[in-house]
Design a protein around this ligand. Structure first.
Ligand SMILES: [Fe+2]
Length: 161
């Protein structure tokens, strides 16, 4: 997600250039969070078979948590002094429509892979924010990392025989 070049002034000991770079990273996490939310909903709606209930219920918990995270991330971008681009976000939505629904296990495996990717992204952005002396963004990334790692465990436990 591209971030606008206009960075609003903030006298918080974070240079505008750093704030813009951090916000761009947060925007990337925002897009991935949206993808994962939609993928979780697709699994929630389409799941069938003997594991219907645990997968149906867990994916609902996940998309609700992801929805709340979206607001935190987008508002962090605003607090850093950038806009949340209205043109970049929509491109990511088609990714979640590519879920292979040929089997329930397959769908859950794809969700796990997306959580793993999101966890790596959150860890990377946390390090980036730490290097820029921005503990607030780093702390948000830690919250996301905790969530994704727990989601990976729970989803993996459901499909492990
Ligand atoms: Fe539902």
């Amino acid at each position: 997600m591209a971030v606008t070049k206009m960075i609003e002034p903030r006298d918080v000991d974070l240079p505008a250039q750093d704030r813009g770079a951090i916000a761009a990273k947060v925007g990337g996490v925002l897009a991935k969070t949206y993808e994962l939310l939609l993928a979780s909903q697709l699994v929630h709606w389409n799941v069938k078979g003997e594991l219907f209930l645990p997968v149906h219920q867990l994916t609902e918990q996940h998309y609700n948590e992801l929805f709340a995270t979206l607001d935190v991330l987008a508002e962090r971008m605003r607090a850093l002094g950038t806009e949340v681009p209205s043109d970049g976000a929509t491109k990511s939505f088609s990714v979640s429509a590519k879920l292979d629904g040929s089997s329930m296990v397959n769908m859950v495996e794809q969700l796990i892979a997306m959580h793993e990717d999101a966890a790596k992204g959150a860890r990377e952005v946390a390090g980036f924010a730490d290097d820029a002396d921005d503990p607030v963004t780093s702390d948000m990334m830690m919250d996301s990392l905790k969530f994704h790692e727990k989601a990976i465990w729970m989803l993996r436990a459901i499909v492990t025989k």
